[in-house]
Design a protein around this ligand. Structure first.
Ligand SMILES: Nc1ncnc2c1ncn2[C@@H]1O[C@H](COP(=O)(O)OP(=O)(O)OP(=O)(O)O)[C@@H](O)[C@H]1O
Length: 483
């Protein structure tokens, strides 16, 4: 027998013992019934009743060891979720009171607690729908979410307001994000959204890009690289087909972007070329505004007229730490791109370690945020906003889980996610398979930058959001088999 078989056998034995021990009440009942049957001269039935619990536990343990997937789907998962639901209903009053949610409506009298409206369990998540008691607010419930999660022994918790005074608390009862994963080989022409990893319930994490600017914040080593390459790598087939144009700025000496630079049409690794690149992207916006004015308010990418995605690694170098002239112009250009670009198919994804106002003065122009591991609760609130410290506690993400974080979408919904890890050889393979289409030499450098003053600013705030697009049929990449 190999090592895996021994491990399975050991785990099956352990489950047999622990399930049998947990069923001690049922075993006592069986002993009584069995003895009664023996006394009444029904020997076979009595012995059968004695052994019914151990036999059932042995059957479960064997099934789980031999076919874990069918066991989980048919018996293990439903039984576990039934237990969670039962426990939540039974213990809610006590937990709510201990977590500070009991509300003394009259001194010395009975306390009221928030009402548990619905208990639902699916996959690894237990959801509690709770209505705040009179005198409480949704914020009071949100503040207690961590304590509730601890009381129910949940791995983590998220909450969202679903109606006035009503909050849905999603408790992750089994952590599915511990194990790192690597990506599927990209081969589809994706423009609007990319699959970056998993959500806390194990479902795929799709990040919407269409008409959105994304800010990714995380301490050093938090796994920003996974998201950088998740986006670039998944867009690479569409970039290769001419539906997307990838632009990259990496002012940390190009260390990050160099590995897969061939996916990008334009890359800047020093301050001056970063400014040139930004001016060129702004020029794209100006030209597109001219082309669309009076004809269309919604941009549709097509080969030759692609969506533009700018990825900036370490935004703070450009907007905070570079020389003053570069910082001034970089900030101005980027703000204009952020305010005007999204309706015109120009999206920005920026990565930053240090999210303070002095370094990133344009945080509010990003329409969605991904918070990876952060240093403190005040940093979480700074990045995500005041109400998110408890709902998306990025400062509590463990160091051993790089790539894990919270997404705060543009509609305010919070998702707990973990990105797939992109090893260098996968990045290189994708870059070789899907290089950016050959652009005219120095395409972007030869464009005449338009002076900032002449840029049309009419649509800065009221810009229409493009409708959801699906890539037009285009001649796909020739070779699209797995990497
Ligand atoms: N999604 C992931 N799953 C598992 N491990 C990961 C993941 N992402 C990153 N790692 C591990 O964490 C290390 C640091 O990741 P990464 O370089 O992406 O961090 P970073 O946030 O970009 O840091 P810095 O800002 O210092 O460059 C990687 O070398 C890798 O070993």
């Amino acid at each position: 027998m190999d090592r895996t078989a021994w491990i399975r056998l050991g785990s099956a034995f352990w489950h047999f013992v622990s399930w049998t021990a947990q069923s001690w009440r049922t075993i006592l009942v069986c002993l009584v019934i069995g003895n009664v049957l023996l006394i009444a001269d029904h020997e076979a039935a009595g012995v059968a009743v004695f052994w019914v619990v151990p036999a059932w536990c042995a059957f479960r343990a064997a099934w789980e060891a031999l076919s874990p997937l069918t066991y989980e789907g048919v018996l293990g998962g439903p039984l576990r979720r039934h237990g969670w639901r039962r426990r939540a209903r039974k213990e809610w009053a006590r937990v709510a009171e201990r977590c500070g949610l009991a509300w003394p409506w009259e001194r010395g009298k009975r306390k009221t607690i928030p009402r548990l409206l619905r208990v639902h369990a699916s996959d690894n998540t237990l959801s509690l729908r709770v209505r705040a008691a009179v005198g409480q607010t949704v914020d009071d419930l949100n503040q207690a979410v961590e304590a509730i999660a601890t009381a129910f022994e949940a791995e983590s918790a998220e909450s969202r307001r679903v109606a006035p005074g009503v909050v849905e608390i999603a408790l992750t009862m089994r952590e599915l994000l511990h194990e790192p994963t690597t990506p599927q080989a990209p081969h589809e022409l994706e423009v609007d959204a990319v699959t970056l990893g998993r959500r806390s319930d194990g479902s795929p994490w799709r990040l919407d890009l269409n008409g959105l600017h994304t800010l990714v914040v995380g301490r050093s080593g938090a796994g920003k690289g996974s998201i950088f390459w998740g986006i670039a790598g998944n867009l690479a087939p569409a970039a290769h087909a001419g539906l997307v144009r990838l632009w990259g700025i990496d002012l940390k000496g190009g260390v990050e972007v160099a590995v897969g630079a061939r996916m990008f049409s334009s890359v800047a690794m020093d301050e001056q070329s970063a400014l040139t690149l930004l001016r060129s992207l702004q020029q794209v916006i100006v030209e597109r505004q001219g082309a669309m004015r009076g004809r269309s308010r919604q941009f549709e990418p097509s080969p030759g007229d692609p969506a533009h995605v700018l990825l900036i690694d370490e935004l703070a170098v450009l907007t905070g730490y570079a020389s003053r002239d570069v910082v001034n112009e970089g900030n101005t250009l980027l703000k204009r791109i952020l305010t005007q670009g999204r309706a015109l198919g120009v999206m920005v994804v920026a990565f930053v370690q240090d999210p303070r106002k002095e370094t990133v003065g344009m945080r509010e122009l990003f329409t969605q945020t991904i918070a990876l591991r952060l240093a403190s609760s005040s940093e979480t609130r700074m990045v995500l906003g005041d109400g998110y410290g408890d709902v998306a506690p990025a400062h509590r993400i463990d160091r051993t889980m790089p790539g894990a974080g919270y997404v705060v979408r543009d509609d305010g919904v919070v998702e707990r996610v973990r990105a797939d890890f992109w090893p260098d050889d996968v990045i290189r393979t994708v870059a070789e398979r899907y290089p950016a289409p050959a652009a005219p030499v120095d395409w972007y450098e030869n464009r005449t930058p338009v002076p900032l003053a002449s840029v049309v600013t009419a649509d800065m705030d009221g810009a229409p959001r493009p409708r959801r697009r699906s890539p037009r049929s285009a001649s796909g990449p020739e070779d699209s088999e797995a990497v």
